[in-house]
Design a protein around this ligand. Structure first.
Ligand code: CMC
Length: 431
């Protein structure tokens, strides 16, 4: 636990209270208010956690003003250019970049867990065929605790490790099965000779009737998308996983909770919503109409893929993805893609508009990712499941960090009660 370096003084009702101030490795100081209620009989009020650090963490750091994202200290731009998704998984989970031997061992461990229990195939049949793949994933990942009892004891480090590897390995298989089920095609078993992203493409797009050869351009682009989504410190879904885990719930249940939270359009569901919005805009001449709608509070419409709670300068992941979108479409021989044209023009116009400038709204990770995934052949309904696969390692790393913490407590926020004061019950005949 970080030790306080100084104190802040709070004056309340003519009393003063010393609040310890914790200094992080990077980022602003943090006031330690854990004893505030006991000492001063007050709570703090911070809906949406805009100023509240809910945990200590050594995994990911974001500087929203600089547009900086570090995993275990390494900048995301360097990782996206030089690393691989599986190496980033190792880094997030174990804290250091692996040696060649450690990487080969980790890759081997993940690939030996890619198949799912055969009975899980029957479990899929209970879903309606037109179910959204995210709905299926919430159910199937939650059900993993029924199929893998031997890795649900959170107090056993070995079981925690096995559960972690199982989820990293099986999430792509489950997402691909959800997709295959929704299009009425047979499930495709994983192929361990392929790398992580290539195997996922294979499980999604191969059919028994034809040989499927993974396009290395697509596999590399997908691997990069996965790296860019791997972790993002205490975002809504990660906080959900931590909160669920704080009660001692098993890891599969916690990750299912994370998937459910990620699905929302303000979070991971934005990638699907964003591409649908870009398609709806259709042509650049209609952009002003949508900009006006986004600025009109009564419309209830927001520019999807724009804005971020933490980034107030730019989202470094969006920058990498914008370049990646150009590169991938070029390599695939897709020229003048109308959606990419609309996206770039929308970004240009919005970034010159006083509304977006004053509110510091920039394209986020979801703005360009959908264009690349669409070019790969994924339907929009698979965009958020791909985010979920990629984020699983972040959720697990954060969950493991929490479980291993000394003095770990159940998460239990307080409230500012605004309901009726106590009153006496009145029988129905007298109401
Ligand atoms: N379009 C138009 N106005 C916006 C937008 C937007 N995309 N985003 C925020 N605003 C306005 C908002 O109306 C508010 O205005 P005012 O101060 O006048 O009330 C102001 O900007 C601040 O917005 P907020 O909702 O208080 O900010 P937040 O930090 O709570 O929300 C956000 C962050 C990402 C939920 C929000 O920007 C948003 O809804 N964006 C669209 C959805 C999206 O792209 N989400 C993906 C986020 S990144 C990936 C991920 O986390 O999964």
């Amino acid at each position: 636990m970080t030790t306080p370096t100084k104190t802040a003084t709070l004056t309340l009702n003519d009393q003063t209270y010393d609040l310890p101030v914790l200094t992080p490795t990077l980022g602003p100081d943090v006031l330690d208010i854990r004893k505030l209620y006991a000492q001063a009989d007050v709570f703090t009020f911070d809906p949406g956690f805009t100023s509240t650090a809910a945990c200590e963490s050594a995994i990911t750091y974001i500087d929203g003003d600089k547009g900086e994202l570090l995993h275990r200290g390494y900048p995301i731009e360097q990782l996206a250019a030089e690393s691989s998704y599986i190496e980033v998984c190792y880094l997030l989970l174990y804290g250091e970049l692996p040696t060649a031997e450690q990487l080969a061992d980790f890759r081997g461990r993940v690939s030996r867990h890619t198949m799912v229990h055969e009975q899980m195939h029957y479990f899929f049949r209970g879903f309606r065929r037109d179910a959204h793949p995210m709905a299926t994933m919430v159910g199937v990942v939650g059900a993993m605790s029924a199929f893998y009892h031997d890795s649900t004891d959170i107090n056993d480090p070995w079981q925690r490790e096995v559960a972690s590897i199982r989820m990293i390995a099986k999430l792509p298989t489950i997402a691909a099965m959800a997709y295959k089920y929704s299009v009425g095609q047979p499930f495709v078993y994983p192929k361990n000779s392929l790398d992580y992203a290539g195997n996922f493409l294979h499980m999604c797009f191969a059919v028994p009737a034809e040989e499927y050869v993974v396009n290395p351009i697509l596999a590399k682009a997908l691997d990069r998308i996965m790296m860019l989504h791997a972790d993002h410190e205490q975002n809504a879904s990660t906080s959900t996983v931590r909160l669920a885990g704080s009660s001692g719930a098993n890891p599969f249940a916690c990750i299912a909770a994370g998937i459910a939270c990620l699905w929302g359009p303000a979070h991971g569901g934005a990638n699907q919503a964003c591409l649908e919005m870009l398609r709806e805009i259709g042509t650049v001449d209609r952009i002003p109409e949508y900009i006006a709608k986004a600025k009109d509070k009564n419309s209830g419409f927001r520019l999807m893929g724009f804005g971020h709670r933490v980034y107030k300068n730019f989202d470094p992941r969006a920058k990498v993805l914008k370049e990646s979108a150009d590169e991938v479409l070029e390599l695939l021989g897709i020229h003048n893609n109308p959606t990419l044209q609309v996206a770039k023009e929308l970004e240009r116009i919005a970034l010159q508009d006083e509304y977006f400038i004053s509110k510091k709204l920039y394209p986020n990770v979801d703005f360009y990712s959908g264009i690349i995934l669409d070019a790969m052949g994924f339907p929009t309904s698979m965009f958020t499941p791909i985010f979920a696969i990629s984020r699983t390692v972040g959720w697990i790393a954060q969950w493991k960090e929490m479980i291993a913490e000394h003095n770990q407590k159940i998460g239990r926020p307080r409230q500012l009660y605004v309901g009726e004061p106590m009153r006496n019950y009145v029988g129905v005949a007298k109401r």
